[in-house]
Design a protein. Structure first.
Length: 351
């Protein structure tokens, strides 16, 4: 894996992002923030799924005031997403949020920006500048999106830096993967603020998940990125699953089991697709990091089993069950699922 680009650590309500800390997983609620009970319920579900930082939209003063109750009832840092109205930012800070997502260039007169910055400083609350390719300022219309997002972000950054505020994170998201990559490269070369990485408006759960994996994965592979969000036209819980799978695939974090299974071919002589699907479903809520190999035959099965914690290699209507690369049983196909689950539970209980 590429070395990580050095960024400064930023404290978001006790969660440190940047500075070589683990890349944090985050999402955004899709409830009405004024509905405190509904919003808290969704955040709790996301916490349980592995969300480490949650953002909520703050559309009006009632939503800003709801933040206090929401903050009290959740266990992860809370970010307020604010556009245009500095009074909502001030109210969100008063309500105890841990982070603001706000573009200072969008909130008007300098005095208003100064009031927000002063209060954010007093409370130790960072500000994320979040540029979106779909809402670039008019002066960038018709220009390349990647460069334009980076220039826009630099303008917002400069406003805060001129007020001696450096508690900053930056994101630049477009629905185009190449343009988004370009934007992050430009900013990473010019500033050391932690980068929140994502692809915006990528689509539904399947296509959006793949586009996000391609874009976020590419940016992470270049060593950039301190926190990620997968945006999907779907449930926020799916966003968390995708975030975790991307970080697992990039070998940047470990979350629960990782399954290695072969694509099957003419040599496969058991229902490997069904077996892999059953095992994947059965372990999806387990939290213990482990590697499970489910392979169709002895061509690649023993090799994958050797680096897995538990594994199966299929044969003709039967299969071998492995523990740390050693065969512990050879069983008929219909007994393989129960036995691998026993091995998985044993591994979990020992770790
Ligand atoms: S492990 Fe065996 S069954 Fe699976 S794809 Fe490779 S050769 Fe085919």
């Amino acid at each position: 894996m590429t070395d990580r680009t050095a960024t400064k650590p930023i404290n978001i309500g006790g969660l440190i992002i940047g500075g070589g800390n683990p890349i944090a997983v985050q999402s955004m609620t899709n409830t009405d923030t004024r509905d405190v009970a509904g919003t808290v319920r969704q955040i709790k579900e996301l916490e349980e799924a592995g969300c480490e930082l949650i953002r909520v939209a703050v559309l009006d003063m009632e939503a800003a005031q709801a933040l206090r109750d929401i903050r009290r009832q959740i266990n992860i840092p809370l970010a307020a997403d604010i556009h245009f109205d500095y009074r909502l930012a001030l109210a969100a800070l008063d309500a105890g949020v841990n982070k603001l997502r706000l573009n200072p260039g969008n909130i008007g007169e300098k005095d208003r920006i100064m009031q927000v910055v002063k209060k954010a400083k007093e409370r130790g609350v960072p500000i994320r500048i979040g540029v979106n390719g779909g809402s670039l300022e008019k002066r960038f219309h018709g220009k390349p999106v990647g460069e334009s997002m980076a220039m826009s972000a630099l303008d917002h950054i400069k406003i805060l830096e001129d007020l001696d505020f450096g508690n900053i994170l930056v994101s630049m998201k477009s629905s185009s993967v190449p343009e988004t990559i370009r934007a992050y490269r430009i900013i990473a070369e010019s500033r050391d603020y932690p980068l929140h990485v994502g692809i915006t408006e990528p689509g539904g759960v399947f296509s959006g998940g793949i586009k996000s994996a391609a874009g976020i994965g590419a940016i992470l592979a270049m060593g950039m990125g301190d926190t990620i969000r997968v945006s999907l036209t779907g449930s926020p819980a799916d966003e968390i699953r995708y975030c975790k799978e991307i970080l697992k695939a990039m070998e940047l974090r470990r979350f629960g089991p990782e399954i290695v299974s072969c694509p099957t071919c003419g040599r496969t002589a058991i229902d490997l697709i069904g077996l892999a699907a059953r095992v994947e479903d059965a372990v999806k809520d387990k939290k213990t990091p482990m590697k499970i190999s489910i392979m169709g035959c002895s061509v690649n099965g023993p090799g994958e089993a050797a680096s897995a914690d538990v594994g199966i290699t299929g044969g003709k209507g039967r299969g071998a069950v492995y523990r740390k690369g050693i065969v512990v049983a050879t069983l008929p196909e219909e007994e393989l699922f129960d036995r691998i689950m026993r091995e998985i539970d044993l591994y979990v209980s020992e770790h």
